[in-house]
Write a protein that binds this ligand. Structure first.
Ligand code: HEM
Length: 403
């Protein structure tokens, strides 16, 4: 099969990956594509059942140094990688059992449902303040003005970042997320590590019942969480919890603007906000494919052998439109029930922040509909620019009018 038939890596595909995935799912649901540049083989999975199977099978793992023979692992180990990144690499999404299990149990203790629920008034306050600045504007950018700052302020609060460092935090995440020039990224990591070390020391002097405080307590109690792991955890919470939520708010708002009947229904019946958020996650979710996993041995899925050492890329966006699981999958229906989407992944790496993401999405969209009654798109949908990332599915900007 030629790459042009399924141009999964093309930049242009990011605006509408579903068209390509629909063809793949029908014609070649387990499809090996050669990565441009790297030459690695990436196996794309587009059927719901296969995606879940791969995510639950721990023969597909993360830590190549441990899971693959050295001759295969070395394809993926970059000798010139800057040591600065070591401080942030040992996090959940790069680890397998038993390290993953140990760290996940620890962060679970720090990230309780009660702690998430207690954030509600603060998230509401942040949303109100941001939306106030957007009211009555002829030109606004829903991403820059609302979707981007909201989750970063929430995470910064949870980690106890001082308000005067919020902009710095925002700058570091932007650089680290959008793969800026290497020297800028190295500087950002070094500044980030220095600042988080200071925060940790502050928590050591004075305990606070926030997420960072709980993690520091775990380290002190000798529950086998070392300093590098703690640093990497903070980095992961920041990165995994940020742009994903930006995309939920951005993609979700675009869907409502493109489906005025559904927007009117949601305004008329605000209690539909919960199923509406689930449908936004399903229909045009924030994560396109999961992070990479490697076949640690030859594994057969759906009758296809995935050779040891190859990379698998289960597509969450494709799985969530699979007609074998969803009735009329191409219809955006905020009353859909049941809705067994897998926008938060599956298996041991299932999103740790799902309850927080749902809470943020619910408050953001609900408050936006209340405070911006005249919200309208200020561009052609075809002119919208989408991020290049194959992992995170979202727009660079969403021009709107609110007045
Ligand atoms: C709508 C927003 C979000 C979506 C769609 C989302 C989606 C996901 C997905 C698909 C994964 C699994 C990736 C994989 O298997 O390769 C994941 C993992 C993770 N997410 Fe989220 N996420 C969201 C928000 C958040 C938030 C707000 C946080 C925390 C502040 C968070 C923290 C994490 C962490 C720590 C992991 C790694 C879990 C592990 O490896 O055990 N996420 N997320």
């Amino acid at each position: 099969m030629s790459e042009t038939l399924y141009p999964v890596f093309d930049r242009a595909t990011r605006a509408n990956p579903q068209a390509v995935y629909a063809r793949m799912r029908e014609q070649q649901p387990i499809y090996p594509a050669v990565g441009p540049g790297s030459g690695h083989t990436f196996w794309f999975f587009t059927r719901y059942e296969d995606v879940v199977t791969v995510l639950k099978d721990q023969r597909f793992g993360k830590d190549v140094k441990r899971g693959l023979p050295p001759a295969l692992a070395q394809r993926y180990i970059f000798e010139d990688e800057n040591p600065a990144f070591e401080a942030i690499n040992r996090h959940l999404l790069n680890l397998d059992a038993p390290d993953h299990t140990r760290l996940r149990a620890l962060v679970h203790k720090a990230f309780t449902p009660r702690m998430v629920q207690e954030l509600q008034p603060r998230i509401q306050q942040i949303a109100e303040a941001l939306l106030k600045d957007m009211q009555g504007r002829r030109e606004a950018d829903l991403i820059e003005d609302f979707a981007f700052p909201l989750p970063i302020i929430v995470i910064a609060d949870m980690l106890g970042v001082h308000p005067e460092y919020r902009d710095k935090f925002r700058e570091w995440t932007k650089i680290l997320l959008f793969g800026d020039a290497e020297d800028k990224a190295v500087t950002a990591v070094m500044e980030f590590v220095q600042y988080v070390s200071d925060l940790i020391e502050e928590r050591e002097r004075e305990h606070k019942p926030d997420v960072l405080g709980e993690l520091v307590r775990a380290e002190e109690a000798g529950q086998r969480l070392d300093r590098l792991e703690l640093m990497a955890m903070v980095f992961l919470l920041l990165v995994a919890g940020h742009e994903t939520t930006v995309n939920l708010i951005g993609n979700g708002t675009l869907l409502l603007l493109q489906h005025p009947d559904q927007m009117a229904l949601l305004r008329a019946r605000p209690e539909l906000i919960r199923p509406a958020i689930e449908e936004m996650l399903r229909y045009n979710g924030p994560v396109e494919t999961t992070t990479w996993r490697w076949a640690f041995e030859d594994v057969t899925v759906g009758g296809v052998v995935i050779p040891q050492g190859d990379i698998v890329l289960p597509s969450l966006l494709a799985a969530n439109r699979d007609p074998a699981v969803f009735d009329n999958p191409e219809v955006f229906d905020i009353t859909r029930d049941p809705n067994r989407h897998i926008a938060f992944g599956a298996g041991v790496h299932y999103c740790l922040g799902a309850p927080l993401a749902r809470l943020e999405g619910t408050i953001a969209i609900q408050t936006m509909l209340e405070r911006l009654p005249r919200l309208a798109l200020n561009t052609d949908v075809a002119a919208l620019e989408w991020n290049e990332s194959l992992l995170l599915h979202g727009m660079k900007a969403l021009p709107v009018t609110t007045g």
